[in-house]
Design a protein around this ligand. Structure first.
Ligand code: CO
Ligand code: ZN
Length: 330
Protein backbone atom coordinates (compact mmCIF):
# COMPACT_ATOMS: atom_id res chain seq x y z
CA UNK A 1 0.00 0.00 0.00
CA UNK A 2 2.88 2.39 0.76
CA UNK A 3 4.36 1.85 -2.71
CA UNK A 4 1.08 2.77 -4.35
CA UNK A 5 0.74 5.78 -2.04
CA UNK A 6 4.21 6.97 -3.02
CA UNK A 7 3.27 6.68 -6.69
CA UNK A 8 -0.04 8.49 -6.15
CA UNK A 9 1.43 11.36 -4.13
CA UNK A 10 4.45 11.88 -6.34
CA UNK A 11 2.36 12.09 -9.52
CA UNK A 12 1.36 15.59 -10.62
CA UNK A 13 -2.29 16.65 -10.60
CA UNK A 14 -2.85 20.32 -9.85
CA UNK A 15 -6.47 21.53 -10.10
CA UNK A 16 -7.69 21.71 -13.70
CA UNK A 17 -4.79 19.57 -15.01
CA UNK A 18 -5.44 16.18 -13.44
CA UNK A 19 -4.60 14.13 -16.56
CA UNK A 20 -1.39 12.47 -15.24
CA UNK A 21 -2.81 11.32 -11.92
CA UNK A 22 -6.05 10.26 -13.62
CA UNK A 23 -4.09 7.88 -15.90
CA UNK A 24 -2.26 6.34 -12.93
CA UNK A 25 -5.55 5.74 -11.08
CA UNK A 26 -7.36 4.47 -14.19
CA UNK A 27 -4.70 1.78 -14.72
CA UNK A 28 -4.98 0.69 -11.07
CA UNK A 29 -8.77 0.28 -11.03
CA UNK A 30 -9.54 -0.83 -14.59
CA UNK A 31 -9.44 -4.60 -13.87
CA UNK A 32 -11.82 -4.19 -10.90
CA UNK A 33 -14.47 -1.81 -12.29
CA UNK A 34 -17.49 -2.70 -14.47
CA UNK A 35 -17.41 0.57 -16.34
CA UNK A 36 -15.10 3.60 -16.46
CA UNK A 37 -15.91 7.06 -17.76
CA UNK A 38 -14.19 10.42 -17.88
CA UNK A 39 -16.55 13.37 -17.99
CA UNK A 40 -16.23 16.94 -19.29
CA UNK A 41 -14.74 18.22 -16.01
CA UNK A 42 -12.14 15.44 -16.12
CA UNK A 43 -13.66 13.36 -13.30
CA UNK A 44 -12.79 9.68 -13.44
CA UNK A 45 -15.96 7.71 -12.66
CA UNK A 46 -15.78 3.96 -12.03
CA UNK A 47 -18.97 1.97 -11.58
CA UNK A 48 -18.97 -1.32 -9.72
CA UNK A 49 -22.06 -3.56 -9.48
CA UNK A 50 -25.69 -2.83 -10.24
CA UNK A 51 -28.48 -1.97 -7.83
CA UNK A 52 -30.12 -5.11 -6.39
CA UNK A 53 -33.11 -5.35 -4.07
CA UNK A 54 -32.36 -3.49 -0.84
CA UNK A 55 -29.47 -1.68 -2.49
CA UNK A 56 -28.83 2.00 -3.23
CA UNK A 57 -26.94 4.08 -5.76
CA UNK A 58 -23.95 5.34 -3.79
CA UNK A 59 -21.31 7.85 -4.88
CA UNK A 60 -17.89 7.77 -3.23
CA UNK A 61 -15.74 10.80 -4.00
CA UNK A 62 -12.00 11.28 -3.50
CA UNK A 63 -10.38 14.26 -5.15
CA UNK A 64 -7.42 13.77 -7.46
CA UNK A 65 -6.32 17.39 -7.57
CA UNK A 66 -3.70 18.97 -5.35
CA UNK A 67 -2.93 22.57 -4.41
CA UNK A 68 -0.30 24.54 -6.31
CA UNK A 69 0.66 27.84 -7.87
CA UNK A 70 -0.14 29.55 -11.19
CA UNK A 71 2.13 32.03 -12.98
CA UNK A 72 0.33 35.37 -12.99
CA UNK A 73 3.06 37.75 -14.18
CA UNK A 74 6.69 37.48 -15.27
CA UNK A 75 8.85 40.53 -14.65
CA UNK A 76 11.60 41.78 -16.94
CA UNK A 77 14.27 40.01 -14.83
CA UNK A 78 12.54 36.67 -15.43
CA UNK A 79 11.04 36.19 -11.96
CA UNK A 80 7.65 34.47 -12.01
CA UNK A 81 4.95 36.00 -9.79
CA UNK A 82 2.14 33.68 -8.80
CA UNK A 83 -1.47 33.21 -7.80
CA UNK A 84 -2.43 30.33 -5.55
CA UNK A 85 -4.42 27.29 -6.65
CA UNK A 86 -6.38 26.26 -3.57
CA UNK A 87 -5.54 27.03 0.04
CA UNK A 88 -1.80 27.58 -0.16
CA UNK A 89 -0.22 29.14 2.93
CA UNK A 90 2.61 31.55 1.95
CA UNK A 91 4.48 30.42 5.08
CA UNK A 92 4.89 26.93 3.61
CA UNK A 93 5.94 28.34 0.20
CA UNK A 94 8.98 30.10 1.45
CA UNK A 95 12.08 28.47 -0.13
CA UNK A 96 9.94 25.57 -1.36
CA UNK A 97 10.67 23.98 -4.74
CA UNK A 98 7.99 23.84 -7.38
CA UNK A 99 7.63 22.15 -10.77
CA UNK A 100 5.63 23.65 -13.62
CA UNK A 101 3.66 21.33 -15.87
CA UNK A 102 6.18 21.81 -18.70
CA UNK A 103 8.85 20.34 -16.39
CA UNK A 104 10.55 23.61 -15.39
CA UNK A 105 11.55 23.61 -11.73
CA UNK A 106 12.26 26.57 -9.52
CA UNK A 107 12.51 27.90 -5.99
CA UNK A 108 9.91 30.10 -4.30
CA UNK A 109 11.12 33.15 -2.41
CA UNK A 110 9.62 36.45 -1.33
CA UNK A 111 10.25 40.15 -1.80
CA UNK A 112 10.67 40.78 1.92
CA UNK A 113 13.92 42.41 2.98
CA UNK A 114 13.49 41.57 6.66
CA UNK A 115 12.47 37.99 7.32
CA UNK A 116 10.38 38.82 10.39
CA UNK A 117 6.98 38.66 8.70
CA UNK A 118 5.07 36.05 6.77
CA UNK A 119 5.05 37.17 3.13
CA UNK A 120 1.76 37.76 1.35
CA UNK A 121 0.99 35.78 -1.79
CA UNK A 122 1.65 38.77 -4.06
CA UNK A 123 5.17 39.09 -2.60
CA UNK A 124 6.03 35.53 -3.61
CA UNK A 125 7.95 34.78 -6.79
CA UNK A 126 9.48 31.72 -8.38
CA UNK A 127 13.09 31.82 -9.58
CA UNK A 128 13.55 29.36 -12.44
CA UNK A 129 17.03 30.59 -13.29
CA UNK A 130 15.93 32.85 -16.15
CA UNK A 131 17.33 36.37 -16.59
CA UNK A 132 14.56 37.99 -18.64
CA UNK A 133 10.87 37.59 -19.39
CA UNK A 134 11.75 36.55 -22.95
CA UNK A 135 14.04 33.69 -21.92
CA UNK A 136 11.82 32.54 -19.04
CA UNK A 137 10.48 29.05 -19.87
CA UNK A 138 7.33 29.70 -17.82
CA UNK A 139 4.40 31.62 -19.32
CA UNK A 140 1.47 33.39 -17.69
CA UNK A 141 -1.21 30.81 -16.79
CA UNK A 142 1.22 27.90 -16.30
CA UNK A 143 0.51 25.84 -13.20
CA UNK A 144 3.04 24.34 -10.79
CA UNK A 145 2.99 21.76 -8.00
CA UNK A 146 5.18 21.54 -4.93
CA UNK A 147 8.10 19.15 -5.11
CA UNK A 148 8.69 17.04 -2.00
CA UNK A 149 9.74 13.41 -1.85
CA UNK A 150 7.86 10.63 -0.05
CA UNK A 151 9.04 9.83 3.46
CA UNK A 152 8.36 6.48 5.14
CA UNK A 153 8.55 6.79 8.95
CA UNK A 154 7.13 3.35 9.71
CA UNK A 155 3.58 3.77 10.93
CA UNK A 156 3.54 7.31 9.62
CA UNK A 157 4.13 8.53 6.09
CA UNK A 158 4.81 12.04 4.80
CA UNK A 159 4.45 13.57 1.36
CA UNK A 160 3.06 16.43 -0.65
CA UNK A 161 -0.48 15.78 -1.98
CA UNK A 162 -1.48 13.35 0.78
CA UNK A 163 -4.57 15.61 0.50
CA UNK A 164 -6.26 13.83 -1.15
CA UNK A 165 -4.29 11.00 -2.75
CA UNK A 166 -4.82 9.22 0.56
CA UNK A 167 -8.56 9.32 -0.20
CA UNK A 168 -7.81 8.05 -3.71
CA UNK A 169 -5.77 5.20 -2.19
CA UNK A 170 -8.65 4.27 0.15
CA UNK A 171 -11.08 4.26 -2.81
CA UNK A 172 -8.71 2.19 -4.99
CA UNK A 173 -8.11 -0.40 -2.25
CA UNK A 174 -11.87 -0.52 -1.59
CA UNK A 175 -12.67 -1.19 -5.26
CA UNK A 176 -10.10 -3.98 -5.24
CA UNK A 177 -11.41 -5.58 -2.03
CA UNK A 178 -15.17 -5.35 -2.68
CA UNK A 179 -16.89 -8.59 -3.55
CA UNK A 180 -20.68 -8.81 -3.29
CA UNK A 181 -22.82 -5.76 -2.74
CA UNK A 182 -26.52 -4.99 -3.18
CA UNK A 183 -25.46 -1.41 -3.97
CA UNK A 184 -24.56 0.21 -7.26
CA UNK A 185 -21.30 1.98 -6.52
CA UNK A 186 -19.85 4.96 -8.33
CA UNK A 187 -16.28 5.75 -7.36
CA UNK A 188 -15.50 9.28 -8.44
CA UNK A 189 -11.93 10.53 -8.56
CA UNK A 190 -12.90 14.15 -8.70
CA UNK A 191 -11.27 17.25 -10.12
CA UNK A 192 -10.94 20.83 -8.86
CA UNK A 193 -11.92 20.14 -5.25
CA UNK A 194 -9.26 22.52 -3.98
CA UNK A 195 -10.74 25.47 -5.89
CA UNK A 196 -14.36 24.91 -4.83
CA UNK A 197 -15.58 21.28 -4.93
CA UNK A 198 -16.28 21.65 -8.64
CA UNK A 199 -15.80 18.17 -10.10
CA UNK A 200 -17.93 16.55 -7.39
CA UNK A 201 -20.79 18.89 -8.24
CA UNK A 202 -21.10 17.93 -11.91
CA UNK A 203 -20.38 14.23 -11.39
CA UNK A 204 -23.02 14.01 -8.64
CA UNK A 205 -25.52 15.58 -11.01
CA UNK A 206 -24.92 12.94 -13.70
CA UNK A 207 -24.72 9.98 -11.28
CA UNK A 208 -27.83 11.11 -9.36
CA UNK A 209 -26.86 9.09 -6.25
CA UNK A 210 -29.11 8.19 -3.32
CA UNK A 211 -26.19 8.68 -0.93
CA UNK A 212 -22.81 10.39 -1.16
CA UNK A 213 -19.61 9.80 0.76
CA UNK A 214 -16.44 11.85 0.41
CA UNK A 215 -13.12 10.39 1.52
CA UNK A 216 -10.65 13.09 2.45
CA UNK A 217 -8.16 14.26 5.05
CA UNK A 218 -9.05 16.29 8.12
CA UNK A 219 -6.93 18.42 10.41
CA UNK A 220 -5.23 16.46 13.19
CA UNK A 221 -5.23 18.18 16.58
CA UNK A 222 -2.34 16.29 18.16
CA UNK A 223 0.53 18.64 17.31
CA UNK A 224 2.34 21.03 19.68
CA UNK A 225 0.57 24.30 20.55
CA UNK A 226 -2.74 23.13 19.18
CA UNK A 227 -6.00 23.07 21.12
CA UNK A 228 -6.34 19.47 22.25
CA UNK A 229 -9.25 17.54 20.78
CA UNK A 230 -10.22 15.19 18.02
CA UNK A 231 -9.09 13.90 15.70
CA UNK A 232 -5.64 12.45 16.26
CA UNK A 233 -3.32 10.22 14.26
CA UNK A 234 -3.54 6.47 14.78
CA UNK A 235 -6.92 6.34 16.52
CA UNK A 236 -8.86 5.19 13.46
CA UNK A 237 -10.97 6.68 10.69
CA UNK A 238 -13.03 9.79 11.48
CA UNK A 239 -16.76 10.08 10.92
CA UNK A 240 -17.41 13.67 9.95
CA UNK A 241 -20.32 15.33 11.73
CA UNK A 242 -19.76 18.76 10.27
CA UNK A 243 -17.33 21.11 8.58
CA UNK A 244 -17.67 24.48 6.85
CA UNK A 245 -19.35 22.93 3.80
CA UNK A 246 -21.65 20.36 5.34
CA UNK A 247 -23.66 19.06 8.25
CA UNK A 248 -23.46 15.35 7.57
CA UNK A 249 -26.78 13.57 7.08
CA UNK A 250 -27.62 11.66 10.32
CA UNK A 251 -28.43 8.49 8.38
CA UNK A 252 -25.04 8.55 6.68
CA UNK A 253 -23.37 9.00 10.07
CA UNK A 254 -25.47 6.09 11.29
CA UNK A 255 -24.44 3.86 8.40
CA UNK A 256 -20.79 4.57 9.18
CA UNK A 257 -21.26 3.86 12.89
CA UNK A 258 -23.01 0.57 12.09
CA UNK A 259 -20.12 -0.47 9.84
CA UNK A 260 -17.70 0.40 12.66
CA UNK A 261 -19.75 -1.72 15.10
CA UNK A 262 -19.94 -4.69 12.74
CA UNK A 263 -16.20 -4.67 12.09
CA UNK A 264 -15.03 -3.58 15.55
CA UNK A 265 -13.10 -0.67 14.06
CA UNK A 266 -12.20 2.17 16.42
CA UNK A 267 -13.51 5.47 15.01
CA UNK A 268 -13.33 9.14 15.97
CA UNK A 269 -16.10 11.73 15.62
CA UNK A 270 -15.00 14.84 13.74
CA UNK A 271 -16.41 18.33 14.24
CA UNK A 272 -14.70 21.05 12.22
CA UNK A 273 -15.97 24.60 11.99
CA UNK A 274 -14.28 25.49 8.71
CA UNK A 275 -12.91 23.87 5.51
CA UNK A 276 -14.93 21.60 3.25
CA UNK A 277 -14.97 18.44 1.18
CA UNK A 278 -16.73 17.02 -1.88
CA UNK A 279 -19.56 15.91 0.44
CA UNK A 280 -20.62 19.55 0.74
CA UNK A 281 -21.12 19.75 -3.02
CA UNK A 282 -22.80 16.34 -3.39
CA UNK A 283 -25.35 17.21 -0.69
CA UNK A 284 -26.63 20.21 -2.67
CA UNK A 285 -26.99 18.59 -6.09
CA UNK A 286 -30.47 18.32 -7.70
CA UNK A 287 -33.05 18.14 -4.89
CA UNK A 288 -30.45 17.18 -2.28
CA UNK A 289 -28.48 14.00 -1.48
CA UNK A 290 -27.83 12.48 1.98
CA UNK A 291 -24.08 12.95 2.28
CA UNK A 292 -21.25 12.41 4.72
CA UNK A 293 -17.50 12.07 4.82
CA UNK A 294 -15.00 9.51 6.00
CA UNK A 295 -11.91 11.47 7.06
CA UNK A 296 -8.33 10.54 7.74
CA UNK A 297 -6.55 12.61 10.37
CA UNK A 298 -3.63 14.44 8.81
CA UNK A 299 -0.96 16.74 10.22
CA UNK A 300 0.31 19.82 8.35
CA UNK A 301 -2.54 19.83 5.80
CA UNK A 302 -1.80 21.98 2.74
CA UNK A 303 1.92 22.05 3.42
CA UNK A 304 4.31 20.10 1.16
CA UNK A 305 4.84 17.64 4.04
CA UNK A 306 1.49 16.21 5.08
CA UNK A 307 1.54 13.29 7.53
CA UNK A 308 -0.90 10.45 8.12
CA UNK A 309 -0.86 7.19 10.08
CA UNK A 310 -0.93 4.17 7.78
CA UNK A 311 -3.14 2.16 10.18
CA UNK A 312 -5.86 4.82 9.89
CA UNK A 313 -5.69 4.28 6.15
CA UNK A 314 -6.07 0.49 6.23
CA UNK A 315 -8.86 0.76 8.82
CA UNK A 316 -10.64 3.26 6.55
CA UNK A 317 -10.53 0.73 3.73
CA UNK A 318 -11.94 -1.97 6.00
CA UNK A 319 -14.75 0.35 7.18
CA UNK A 320 -15.67 1.48 3.68
CA UNK A 321 -15.69 -2.06 2.29
CA UNK A 322 -18.10 -3.14 5.02
CA UNK A 323 -20.30 -0.06 4.65
CA UNK A 324 -20.62 -0.51 0.89
CA UNK A 325 -21.17 -4.29 1.05
CA UNK A 326 -24.32 -3.97 3.17
CA UNK A 327 -27.78 -2.49 2.63
CA UNK A 328 -27.99 1.11 3.84
CA UNK A 329 -31.05 2.38 5.69
CA UNK A 330 -31.90 5.86 4.40
CO1 CO B 1 -7.26 20.20 0.49
ZN1 ZN C 1 -8.81 17.43 0.38
Amino acid sequence: MKNLLEKLTQTTGVSGYENEIREVIRKEIEPFADDIQIDVMGNLIARKGIKKSGGKRIMISSHMDEIGLMASHINDKGFVYVATIGGVNPLTCFSARVKFLNGTEGVVYAETQKMDKVPTVDQLFVDVGADSAETCPVKVGDEAVFVRSFLDLGNRVVSKAIDDRIGCLVAIETIKALKDSPNELFFVFSTQEEVGLRGAKTSAFSINPEMGIAVDVTLAADVPHCEPGNPVLGKGPCIKVRDGSLIAHPKVIDAMKKAADRTGIEVQMEVLSHAGTDAGAIQLVRSGVPAGCLSIACRYVHSPSEMVDINDVSESVRLLVDLLSNPVDL
